[in-house]
Write a protein that binds this ligand. Structure first.
Ligand SMILES: Nc1ncnc2c1ncn2[C@@H]1O[C@H](COP(=O)(O)OP(=O)(O)OP(=O)(O)O)[C@@H](O)[C@H]1O
Length: 228
């Protein structure tokens, strides 16, 4: 599903964030991306949904090659990729329902299908009864559940999560992990950058460790491997 070869990224200010990434990720995998702060995890993740363009190397996601992708084709790539962020990034003036429906409205689904699908994903994340609330009226964990619902509403085959539990307390983090595991069990590939030793060492998955812009470890059912 994902193939990267010789991928490098040098930002315009001269910082080399990634210096030679070779990796394959198969459909249906659940992968943690770990490593010290500044190692290149976010850069790696942002390249997958073409938020960041590689300076060198080959990237293929599904059947689309990204290194030579034109800007006009990026929305088509992103339709098949859901993204969840540490800080949720919900639209503050829209209700829970509207935040989730928005992603379908931009691809012109019919209103009945939108309603059915939005309620289905809100049910999946346990927030059907809060559809009319606005983000400020929700706890952090609930806001993250809305952002997960938004990310999966158009059934992407790949879900990217950049420190999804970074702003949440431990108990809420486990709830979020349960939801992500459920989504993975239904066939969606998940790639999650995290600093949570507890999560990585408890819910065992493939671990890719990045240090200084390179993959230094890639293990199935791996350990977190750092003290913090
Ligand atoms: N837009 C940018 N312009 C210039 N340099 C950047 C940019 N984004 C990231 N960097 C630099 O690239 C390197 C890798 O950053 P990145 O955000 O990928 O690391 P990270 O492993 O995700 O870190 P953290 O765990 O702290 O989020 C760092 O040295 C960072 O300062």
């Amino acid at each position: 599903m994902i193939d990267m070869q010789g991928v490098q990224k040098t930002y315009p200010n001269g910082v080399q964030a990634l210096s030679g990434i070779d990796v394959q990720i198969d459909e249906g995998e659940f992968v943690y991306v770990v490593g010290p702060s500044g190692a290149g995890k976010s850069t790696f993740i942002k390249m997958i949904y073409r938020e960041v363009k590689p300076s060198k190397g080959y990237i293929r996601i599904h059947k689309q090659t990204l290194h030579n992708m034109k800007w006009k084709d990026v929305p088509y790539l992103r339709r098949n990729i859901g993204v969840v962020f540490q800080d949720f990034k919900l639209l503050p003036r829209l209700s829970v329902y509207e935040n989730v429906a928005f992603a379908l409205e931009v691809i012109e689904e019919n209103p009945k299908a939108i309603r059915r699908r939005v309620m289905e994903v809100l049910d999946l994340v346990g927030l059907k009864n809060k559809a009319r609330f606005i983000p400020d009226e929700l706890s952090g964990g609930e806001q993250q559940r809305v952002s997960i619902a938004r990310a999966i509403v158009n059934k992407p085959s790949l879900l990217i999560a950049d420190e999804p539990t970074g702003n949440l307390d431990p108990e809420t983090s486990w709830e979020i992990m349960n939801i992500l595991e459920e989504i993975n069990a239904s066939g969606t590939t998940i790639i999650m950058a995290t600093h949570s030793k507890d999560i990585v060492n408890t819910i065992k998955k493939r671990v890719i460790a990045i240090e200084g812009g390179r993959i230094v470890r890639d293990e199935s059912r791996g350990e977190y491997g750092y003290d913090l």
